[in-house]
Design a protein around this ligand. Structure first.
Ligand code: ADP
Ligand code: MG
Length: 254
């Protein structure tokens, strides 16, 4: 379980996250919702200890994260940032880097096998030898997600993981992530802007507004008024006969 208690973070003197407390249970996919600047990326960076909170406690499966080295954290947490960097190495090598926490000098046959399996699952095999800086934004994003998934962490932190993907890839990736989380009984926390994608794959939502946690609800408990409050736009939630929910903006005169 990920346990967060009274987490507060300041960029210089400006409080950006204020007293956040929540838990993420094993097997759960949690989506952080909130408008631009509400603190989603800052929260994910605090969870993986890239940023050190001013106050509060973060524990992962019982252990405090702030006492661990970067290497120890890399075995437990995979983080994919919102802005991805590209380098002149191949997709295969970029994904293999995800196995780095498991080898010292050279990768083992198991490391290579994990990479090959993941490239296959994400339909990246034909890109394996292509250099990252010659790929499209979506291909780079898939490579970064593949790297995180081969890392076999206890917690996945994805910051807008589907922002550069087309509809099929968005669905394929989120379905794969959700299935892996359940299969391995691990956890994911991600920010996603597309509410309809979020409501399809999240078990629970954290709603952030101005660095405050104003909602912590399961998928079934998500109400339009809280979304309306967070985003400032009137919303409706509809559920189809097949029990698929979708969220739409209430039409109002322009
Ligand atoms: P979100 O991901 O929800 O869009 P962020 O976590 O990126 O929001 O940002 C939250 C707030 O912190 C914003 O007001 C942003 O301008 C500010 N902020 C983000 N990064 C920095 C930084 N490195 N230094 C100072 N302020 C920052
Ligand atoms: Mg962000």
């Amino acid at each position: 379980m990920l346990h967060v208690e009274h987490l507060t973070f300041c960029y210089r003197r400006r409080e950006t996250l204020s007293d956040l407390s929540f838990d993420v249970n094993l097997g759960e996919v949690v989506v952080v919702l909130g408008p631009n600047g509400s603190g989603k990326s800052t929260l994910l960076r605090c969870l993986c200890q890239i940023l050190r909170p001013r106050n509060g406690l973060v524990t992962l499966n019982g252990g405090r994260l702030n006492s661990l080295s970067a290497e120890q954290i890399a075995r437990k947490i995979a983080y994919v940032p919102q802005r991805l960097e590209t380098a002149p190495f191949s997709v295969f090598d970029a994904v293999l880097l995800g196995r780095k926490p498991y080898f010292t000098w050279s990768p083992s046959p198991t490391d290579f096998q994990r990479v090959e399996e993941m490239l296959y699952r994400l339909e990246l095999e034909s890109f394996a030898q292509r250099p990252l800086h010659q790929l499209s934004g979506g291909e780079v994003q898939k490579t970064a997600l593949a790297r995180a998934l081969v890392q076999e962490p206890e917690l996945l932190l994805f910051d807008e993981p589907t922002s550069a993907l087309d509809l099929k890839n968005q669905i394929d990736i989120l379905r794969l992530v959700r299935d892996m989380i359940r299969e391995k009984n691990i956890m994911a926390v991600m920010s996603i802007h597309d509410l309809n994608l979020a409501i399809r794959y999240a078990d629970r939502f954290l709603l952030l507004k101005d660095g405050r946690l104003i909602g912590d609800v399961s998928r079934g408990e998500l109400q339009p008024d809280v979304i309306e409050y967070v985003y400032g736009i009137p919303m409706e939630i509809h559920t189809s006969e097949k029990k698929v929910s979708f969220i739409i903006e209430k039409t109002f005169p322009n």
